[in-house]
Design a protein around this ligand. Structure first.
Ligand code: GLU
Length: 423
């Protein structure tokens, strides 16, 4: 969801932030200088400027990006976002985080990301389709089922994945379902993929709560962002008896200390287009929502919403990052000093890419799994990853972001070393 005030337009860039997080963890594991140089760069950065014919007959030129951070363990993997604030620095940071995310949960992928600077909310379906197909053509130099596999991200969805898959397939003359994940079921999408990010976040919340002796049935939660990750996380938390007291989308937030009926909020949003104006709740801004009383805070929108300006005011004792990059390094330090546990994005939202991996495996084998199989395997991977990160945090006496990065960087460094440098 678009929350424009969260966008970093100043130095350091979002990529600088990703490198800073990397360096902190690299220090902890004593990574050698050569490997630091390799892993702190993105391997490939493609910028494309391409024309799209709009419904009024005018021609607009859009700028898009596809970045591969590291392709050591296998094909690169990562979503494509459509948003007015997309920049190359943001896409590079998100690509690096995808490398670490895949490594944390043990997927055989490197990290990538893509984005187009555009406002899909003011574009027709026809314009979006034209933009998607032309962008796919422009980045077809890099993508492919064995090279680089896009997926949904902010403001992209199964229909857009279908257009990417179709465009790529038309260029090759036969259907290639493995080129994207997050496709509609009818095109070889996976059961459980649409809910996977939110479901994974909730599995992680359960693990974290049990380590903190937090009784979920007696806890309250705020979910900031009501897109694919946030709305599912809010619904699943509500279903398991957590009192969801606040939610938001790009147009604003609602809060009620008595708790919200999430199915009703979902219906309200489907009817009116936003969560705002929901009966029986107080309206407020996204910024105000983040500092309302609750036990668990799930940022599920854009990056850099928890900063040095509000970290001291966060009331939650547990922050579970469904968004990518919602907490700045300064805020991380403040929250850690205050004893607030932050489960980082590269672990907490890895359910999406994990089920993307399942979808890719099913596409390559042309053998679909049931939803129960998908969710059981997802649960196994997420709980195993949580335990590994938790133990690493204790071993090094660091917060969970640094612990998750230590684990991921060590894995990526190990196979980079074993593969060696060519030539
Ligand atoms: N965009 C999601 C993420 O940031 C999913 C990526 C994928 O499934 O490849 O993790």
């Amino acid at each position: 969801m678009a929350i424009s005030t969260s966008v970093r337009t100043h130095e350091p860039s979002l990529f600088d932030v990703a490198v800073e997080q990397f360096s902190i963890a690299a220090d902890v594991i004593g990574l050698d200088d050569g490997m630091r140089r390799v892993l702190s760069h993105c391997r490939r950065e493609l910028t494309v400027n391409f024309p799209v014919e709009m419904d009024d007959g005018s021609v607009q030129v859009f700028t898009g990006y596809r970045v591969h951070h590291n392709s050591g363990p296998g094909p690169t993997k990562g979503g494509i976002r459509f948003h007015p604030d997309v920049t190359i620095e943001e896409v590079k940071a998100l690509a690096m985080w995808m490398t670490w995310k895949c490594a944390v949960v043990g997927l055989p992928y490197g990290g990538a990301k893509g984005g187009v600077t555009c406002n899909p909310k003011v574009m027709s379906q026809n314009e979006l389709q034209n933009l998607t197909r032309r962008f796919t053509t422009e980045i077809s130099l890099l993508i492919g089922p064995n090279r680089d596999i896009p997926a949904p991200d902010v403001n992209t969805n199964p229909q857009i994945m279908a257009w990417i898959m179709d465009t790529y397939s038309m260029h090759h003359g036969y259907s290639i379902p493995g080129v994207t994940t997050g496709k509609p079921l009818i095109l070889g999408g996976s059961e459980g993929r649409a809910e996977a990010t939110g479901r994974g976040t909730v599995f992680i919340t359960q693990e974290a709560a049990s380590r903190l002796n937090l009784d979920l049935g007696a806890s309250s939660a705020i979910v900031q962002g009501f897109g694919n990750a946030g709305s599912v996380a809010a619904r699943l938390l509500h279903e398991m008896g957590v009192k969801v007291v606040g939610v938001s989308d790009s147009s604003g937030a609602i809060y009620s200390s008595d708790g919200l009926s999430i199915p009703d909020v979902i219906a309200h949003k489907a009817r009116t287009g936003s969560v705002g104006g929901y009966d029986g709740a107080q309206g407020m801004t996204n910024e105000e929502l983040l500092v309302q009383p609750c036990d668990i805070l799930v940022p599920a929108a854009l990056e850099e919403v928890i900063t040095e300006h509000n970290a001291a005011d966060i009331k939650a004792q547990l922050v579970v990052e469904a968004a990518n990059g919602p907490t700045t390094p300064e805020a991380d330090r403040i929250l850690y000093d205050r004893g607030v546990v932050v489960v980082p994005d590269i672990l907490a939202n890895a359910g999406g890419v994990t089920v993307s991996y399942f979808e890719w495996v099913q596409a390559l084998q042309a053998f679909p799994w049931t939803e129960v199989e998908v969710n059981e395997r997802l649960h196994r991977i997420m709980t195993r990853a949580f335990a590994a990160v938790y133990e690493t945090a204790q071993r090094y006496n660091v917060h969970m972001r640094t612990a998750a990065l230590c684990l991921a960087i060590q894995r990526v460094a190990d196979f980079t070393r074993v593969r060696g440098i060519y030539p």
